[in-house]
Each structure stands twice: as C-alpha cells, then as structure tokens.
Design a protein around this ligand. Sequence first.
Ligand code: DOR
Ligand code: ZN
Length: 345
Amino acid sequence: MTFKSLKITRPDDWHVHLREGNLLKAVINHSTRVNQRCIVMPNLNDPITTTLKGIDYIKKINLLSNNNFSPLLPCYLTEDLDLIDFSKGLDENIFIGAKLYPNEATTNSKYGISSTEKIYPALEILEKKDKILLIHGEKVDSEIDIFDREKYYIDQELSLIRKTFPNLRIVLEHVSSKYGAEYVNYSPNIAGTITPHHMMLTKKDVFLDKSINPHHFCMPVVKNEEDLIALRNFATSGNKKFFLGTDSAPHPIEFKVPNLKSKPGIFSAPCSIEIYASIFDEEKSLDNLEKFCSINGPKFYKLPVNADQIELIEERWTVPEYTIHQEIKIKNFMGGKELNWKLKA
Ligand code: DOR
Ligand code: ZN
C-alpha cells in the first residue's frame, strides 16, 4: 500500500470565528497551526464596529499567536456606523473590509442590517477604496423557509447591491446552496468561501430519525445532496472564484446541548485542512487543493500568496472528541471519527 504525501503553499482561512477571552485561548492554536492569515469575524458579544475596538481585538489575538500569523479583520457593519472612523480604519489597514450581517441572521447579529439602503454610504466607501464586502447572505423573514434564505437574499438584496455598486468586490460567505454557488460562478466581482461542513453534511445529518443533532446546526443550515454535490464540484474544480473559509465557530458545549435555543456554529478548526484534503481526495482533485486553500483567496483579496509550504500525509487518525481548555469544553466537528489525511507536524 502506498501512502501519499502532498506539499502545498501554506493556506489562509478567509472566514473563521476566534472569539475572545478563554474561548479565544482554547481555539487559536487550531487555526494558527496551519494558516498564515485568518479573516477573524467581528461578531463578538460586543461587535467590532470601531477602529479602537478593532485595534484592541487584533492586539489580543497577536498576544496569543506567533509572529508569523496575521489576523485580518472586517468591520461589523451597522446602520449607524461612524463613517469617518470606518474610512480611517480602512485607510490604516485596521479593517480589511466590512462584514454585512442581516439583522438576527445568526450569532450576535442583533446589531446587523435591517434595511440595506441605510448602509449604502458605507458600501460606497468600500467600493471607492476597493475594499471587500463580506456578506452573510441570508434573508431573514418569517415568511421565508430557512432552507431558502440564501436564494432570497441573492434575489432580493445582493442583486440590488451589485446593481447599485457594480465595482464593489464581494465575498458571499459560506455558500451553502447550488443556487448560490452558480450565482457566484456567473457574476462578476464576486467570490465565495466554502466550508468543510457544507461539503460533508446534508439536512439528514441535522434532523435525525427521532432527534436533532445540535453539533450540525449552523447558519446557513446545511441543505440537500444536490447542494452538497454542487459545492464539492465548484470547490474541487480549481475555479478561482471559490476558496477556503472554514466558518469554524466554537460554542462551549452548554450552549449547544441540551438546549432549546442551541447556538448555530460548527467548530472544525482542529481538522478543517484535513477534511478539505479528504474531500479533494474523494473527488480525485488533490491537484486543485492548493488553488482552493492557498491561491484563489489571496488573489481575490489582492494579497501576496504565502511563501512557505505545509505537508499533508495520507494517514488514518481519529479526530479528538472535544477541545478542552480550563473550564471550556467544545465539541469538535468530526470528533471521534476517522480521517484519511493528516497535517505533518
Ligand atoms: O453557524 C454560524 N455560526 N454561522 C454564522 O454565521 C455565525 C457563527 C457564529 O458566530 O457562531
Ligand atoms: Zn461565520
């Protein structure tokens, strides 16, 4: 039996939640062990809406990571954002761009956007400065089925944003549907991140025979097999519009089970590069892994590609069930399951 080994340019994670305090301490090494850069999401309990908060958060992350690691931060958009401060934050590279959360679409989105028109001045600034708009693309409306939120956001909000700001460069985060992936594919100035879990799970993995698995509950919710297949095809094709964004989103276990208000989020950082490698292997596309993990992202963000490499080896290992740090316990995605690929230490 021959074992494969694969060297690729060091990856970046263009969408991850590192949180703060003890949770940050519990999870950060799982992201820095493999990535050079991470876009760290600003949806903290007190969201990052000003340059001061941004500088403070970056400092906290830098204190816990090695010198080679760079956190990149988008500003959390609100309808009453201080636009002078926002512009300054973009000019001084405190903010890489801005993240649009629709109001109440996910964790800590209560300061998010109810009326897209109210943030047009902020979008105009982004467009003028050629900075990226990152979008959680889900339309929240009691009339809209949770499985159709992405489609409705694209049809009713995103298409209007693109018409109004044709030169604005956009990342549709955690693309979760065939419809969304095809939209990204044929629209200019848009790219999409794809998570490991949206390429591993369907709604049958959330809604079980007689129960629900809260560890597979995330936003956007995982969908049908045809969506999973489309995402796998786009990700593994080498198409430059799609790149790595894990959306690894840890919640301490007491916020997941047993809980009628389980928080959405899947914590994949302990094994995300290994899952991506396994998926590309299953799809017979290991040749394209480097494009997805390490090339397409920096090209879209107009940043340099990393200089060094990582090595992945074909070796069976079992993902630990939990990440534990002091009083914090988080369920790892794929915890207790075997994977075929491993990062060489
Ligand atoms: O499942 C999710 N969890 N989706 C998001 O968009 C946010 C994230 C979180 O912060 O927990
Ligand atoms: Zn996220």
